[in-house]
Write a protein that binds this ligand. Structure first.
Ligand code: CUA
Length: 337
C-alpha cells in the first residue's frame, strides 16, 4: 500500500511539473496568435484542457515505470527468478476503467467545443467567398459589393458561403482558429464571430499550385460604424462603376484575375496588365503578336492558344465570359497605361 501512496503523490507532482513546464515553454496557449473570434475561445479552452490531460497521462505512465525500475531493481548478488503470478482482476479493471474515462472525458470536451464553434446564429450576415488559383474574392450579395478584402463587423456572426473554382483551397485566419477546406463542387459554410477589431490575413492552407504561398488577402474586423461606412463607400463605388471600364475592373476582381496579373507592372504568375493593351507580346514559340482585342479575347477563352514567353504554360484556366464581359475587361485594360 505504501508504494501506491508514494507513486500516487509522485504522479500528481509530475503531472503538475509537466503542465507548468509545457506552459512555460509556451505550448499551452502562449504560442497561439491572439483570440480574435468567439470560436477561438472555446478552441483554446479545449487545447488547454488537453495539455492538462496529456500532462497527467504522461505522469501516469512514466512515474510507475521509473519507480518500478528504481525501487524493484534486482539486488546485487540475488540471482533468483521474479515471483510468478497469473491474472490480476483488480489491475485489469483499473487499467480498463481509467483509460475509458479519459477517452470519454476527452470526447465530451471535444464535442462540447465543436458544438460551441459551430453554434448557429440565425441573424448571421451572409458573405460569399470564392477561392481560385490564386486569389480570394468576397461578395456581399445583400449590397451588390465585390471585394478582395474581407470586412467583418465586430461581435456579429457571419456565415461565409465558400466555393472553389478549381482545386482544393483552405480558408485559414490563424486568429480565428477555425480552418475550413473548400472543395470544388459543394458550397461550404464557415461561421465566425469576430470579437476583436483589427487587421488580419486569410491564408490558403492547402497546397493548390505554384503561387499557393501568395494566396493571401486582408481580413479587416471593423467596429459596427466603420463597417457600415465601408459598405456605404463600396456601394457608392459599385454604382459609379456602371461604366464598361468599371464593370471590367469588377470582373477582374470577381474572377480572381488579379491574383496572377498585376496592374502596376509587378511580376506575378501572369504578365502584368500595365501597358499591355496595344503592346507587342513575345510568344513562347518565338513569334510576336500585338495585344489587341482579338488576341486578348482569344487568350481569355483559350489561354493555351498563344502563350507569352517566360510564363508557366499551364497556370491559367480558360474562362467562360460573354462577349460584353470581355469587351468590358478590354475597356478596363485600355485604361492601364
Ligand atoms: Cu489556394 Cu493554396
Amino acid at each position: 500500500m505504501g508504494h501506491f501512496i508514494i507513486v500516487g503523490i509522485l504522479v500528481v507532482v509530475m503531472a503538475i511539473l509537466t503542465y507548468v513546464g509545457l506552459d512555460a515553454a509556451g505550448v499551452a496557449t502562449q504560442m497561439h496568435p491572439i483570440e480574435a473570434s468567439l470560436q477561438s475561445v472555446s478552441i483554446d479552452w479545449l487545447w488547454n484542457w488537453e495539455i492538462m490531460a496529456i500532462s497527467f497521462l504522461f505522469a501516469l505512465i512514466v512515474v510507475p515505470m521509473a519507480y518500478s525500475m528504481i525501487v524493484f531493481r534486482r539486488k546485487k548478488g540475488d540471482p533468483s527468478e521474479g515471483e510468478h503470478f497469473e491474472g490480476n482482476t483488480t489491475l485489469e479493471i483499473v487499467w480498463t476503467v481509467i483509460p475509458l474515462f479519459a477517452v470519454l472525458a476527452l470526447a465530451y470536451m471535444g464535442s462540447y467545443s465543436l458544438g460551441e464553434t459551430r453554434r448557429v446564429d440565425p441573424n448571421a450576415i451572409v458573405i460569399k467567398v470564392k477561392a481560385q488559383q490564386f486569389a480570394w474574392t468576397f461578395e456581399y450579395p445583400e449590397y451588390g459589393i465585390v471585394s478582395n478584402e474581407l470586412h467583418l463587423p465586430v461581435d456579429q456572426q457571419v456565415v461565409l458561403k465558400m466555393e472553389s473554382a478549381d482545386v482544393i483551397h483552405s480558408f485559414w485566419v490563424p486568429e480565428f482558429r477555425v480552418k475550413q477546406d473548400i472543395v470544388p463542387g459543394p458550397l461550404t459554410d464557415y461561421r465566425i464571430t469576430p470579437i476583436l477589431v483589427g487587421d488580419y490575413k486569410v491564408r490558403c492552407a492547402e497546397l493548390c499550385g505554384a503561387s499557393h504561398a501568395y494566396m493571401e488577402n486582408n481580413v479587416i474586423v471593423d467596429t459596427k460604424a466603420d463597417y457600415d461606412a465601408w459598405i456605404a463607400e463600396q456601394r457608392a463605388i459599385a454604382l459609379a462603376n456602371q461604366t464598361p471600364e468599371g464593370q471590367g475592373k469588377l470582373l477582374t476582381v470577381k474572377n480572381g484575375c488579379i491574383g496572377c496579373h498585376s496592374v502596376d507592372g509587378a511580376k506575378m504568375t501572369g504578365p502584368t496588365w500595365l501597358g499591355l493593351f496595344g503592346s507587342n507580346a513575345e510568344l513562347a514559340d518565338g513569334t510576336t503578336v500585338v495585344s489587341d482585342e482579338a488576341y486578348i479575347t482569344e487568350s481569355i477563352l483559350d489561354p493555351k492558344a498563344k502563350e507569352v514567353a517566360g510564363f508557366s504554360p499551364t497556370t491559367m484556366p480558360p474562362y467562360t465570359l460573354s462577349e460584353v464581359e470581355i469587351a468590358n475587361i478590354i475597356a478596363y485594360l485600355k485604361t492601364l497605361k
